[in-house]
Design a protein. Sequence first.
Length: 652
Amino acid sequence: MSRNRWRFSKSTIAVGVFALAVGLLAALTALIAGGPATGPGMGLVDDWTHHHLVFSNPGTAADALAQGRVEQWYRIVNDPRYIMQQMKRNPRQRALATAPDFSTLATRLSAPIRDWWPIRKPPAPTPRETLKRDWSMDLGGSAKVGAGRFPAKYSFSTTTASCTDFVVYNTGVAGSNTGTKQANVIAYDNIYSGCSSDGNVPKVYWSYYTGTGAAVTSVVLSGNGTQVAFIESPSSGAATLRILKWVASQGTDFSAPVAPTNLYTNGATTASGNTAWSTCPSGQSCMISVAFQSPDANPDTTSSPFYDYTNDAIYVGDSKGYLHKFTGVFLGTPGEVTGGGTSSGWPQQMSSTNPLASPVYDPNYKCPPTNCSGGTVFIGPTGSGGGQNFHSIAGVGGSSNITTYSSTPIVNGSSTGIVDGPILDPSASRVYVFVNDDTGGNAGVWQLPESLASATEATLGTGSLSGSLYSGSFDNAYFTSASSSSPTGHLWVCGNSGGDPALYPIPISGSSGMTTGAITAGPVVSGTATPCSPVTEFCTNSGAACTSSAGADYIFVSPQTQPSSSPVTGCTASEGCVQSYTLNTSGSTATLLKAGAFPGGASGMVVDTQNTSTSGTLQLYFGILSTESCGISGDPGYGTGGCAIQASQTAP
């Protein structure tokens, strides 16, 4: 490359840096100023996608300029998921003032991203609940969120807890609006103990019957929380993408749902007569349904929808190996992209023999110098069969057709395949894939570059984990690593320790990435062979560092059962158990804090933000996988079923 290309004057560079920074601040200000339509400020989403597309520290603007990756850095720090991740993890990053003058801006350019936001002193923490569970609500008879599936939480404010914050649960059973009624999806608000003087916590926010199929995978929320999308599958035939604009107080329980007021059916994006969201009457509930446009009218029981905030699109797999793309999901005219040929068109068959697990979408943060025509979807097949390929499909965000497609073998045996979506960190340009049964019969985690040019494995104990291996989670040391784009820390995964599940801290070491080979086990979480939930991490950071006296770095996991004599204090024989661990400063050691028995164990778990202004915050939200008595007699949510649960992070 010619040196002449880089002969810029200092004034030119200063102007360029200033323009870049002002543009960044303006973009972030616009995002926050837009906020949710029904609450103050910018709200925060925590659904399954925020546990699979995560960001290590992308460094400073100065780092990006020096390393020639300004565009990548700029795209990352403007990504809505990155912004929400930072706001959830650090109270100091929850608000933006007006753009500062140049001298202030120049000072900030040399500071880490986490120091750009004006510091707001967080409110004094309130005492946390120490109950085994704070509340439980019946989802209906045999209704359950499902193993490895997540509810979705929406917080209207980033600085104070609101009693209108809500949690949405899929029920996993067929909906009914006649006879014995049953909701497909249900939401609860008034979820904090400080929200009600009469003890009636939570309350049913809304409850909808959307069809006779079942929503058995995770739900996703729009950025402003006013809409929810999920996949509903019938007992036979094609699955349907349901997109619901809810209205508060419609439906009063799982057994008293209502149908949305306005129902619309859309087809392919090219179909005439498709309905736009602008058609939905103001103040009324609406649902737009788009049946899967595949040659075989396929159901979907294994793949959760992934929402792309930037392009208002959803990607999801089906039970016969096809990947689908929907556009105009929350903001435009919903429809499925179809056509374009067998090698580059939609829907695209990624596996001829197996269902697909959940996809994860990367908006192509490296653009330029790489292909700028769209993002990349990463996805793997589930089900039996060894030697399955893990796929990436590029160019999916910017045009109707796929422009490039590649795959790499992920070594797995003939057991359960890849049942969960990968974890992608665009800052480090790495993908992590979870396999329960490799050719050696062991559970393992594979690390790949985004190009899928190579694959290395870390093994978790001896033998595969009974059931399925779900995703892990990075520790706070990883998320706050000072090494720009080459983070250090640990990926915590629940694997198999010679028959019993245990937590494994897989070291991540800067540019070399994940430690390969056999990983040393951490705490055993059950004394019998049983699957675990996905691992969830959260830094209860009300100060500068969650490992200081101001907070702690937690990981949460739930084995599905325990033996008659449990090795974990607080767990109960023959019951699932939610366990809370604190991590040391480096994230290498986990110490049991508390545990609580829950029948069947927990689904995926989502968490509260750092809000501490209302008592009963800093909680876990999940569903149990078996049944028990839920709720309070005489109130909504009372019954015996697969309960929706809120439990304390410190004493589940």
